[in-house]
Write a protein that binds this ligand. Structure first.
Ligand SMILES: [Zn+2]
Length: 136
């Protein structure tokens, strides 16, 4: 039965290939969501390695925080905008988990972040949330 399922799955993959959400290239079997080239080219910020980084500065004088960072730089119109949109507006939770897992691994390099108890994401603006998220 498993062979039949795998064959059917392979057949479906031929007709409906799984594509990288960032560049649109076809994914190979071990890849999920993004191709290896896009994961490697992700414009990581490394802000977690620098106190007083640009993200922390956004909170200065507004909210008392210990540290702030961003996994990667968001450039409107870049291919990586798709990654954010798939997570935020298309409810692609597994892509969010995978991105978060990779971010978590990078945070272990930081003396500030390696011992934190919680990481709190910046939430969507309520107006954006009403506009974009559709239940799956
Ligand atoms: Zn790609």
């Amino acid at each position: 039965m498993e062979k039949i399922t795998n064959r059917f799955s392979n057949f479906l993959e031929l007709i409906f290939p799984t594509l990288c959400v960032t560049c649109g290239n076809r994914l190979v079997i071990q890849e999920r969501f993004l191709c290896i080239d896009c994961w490697l080219d992700l414009p990581v910020s490394n802000f977690h390695l620098h106190s007083g980084n640009k993200v922390e500065q956004l909170f200065w004088g507004r909210v008392k925080i210990e540290f702030a960072t961003a996994y990667f730089s968001f450039n409107k119109g870049s291919n990586y905008q798709h990654l954010i949109h798939f997570i935020k507006y298309k409810g692609m939770k597994e892509l969010g988990f995978e991105t978060g897992r990779r971010f978590g691994i990078s945070l272990l390099e930081s003396k500030d972040f390696c011992s934190v108890d919680y990481i709190v994401p910046v939430p969507l603006h309520p107006k954006k949330e009403k506009e974009g998220i559709q239940p799956k």
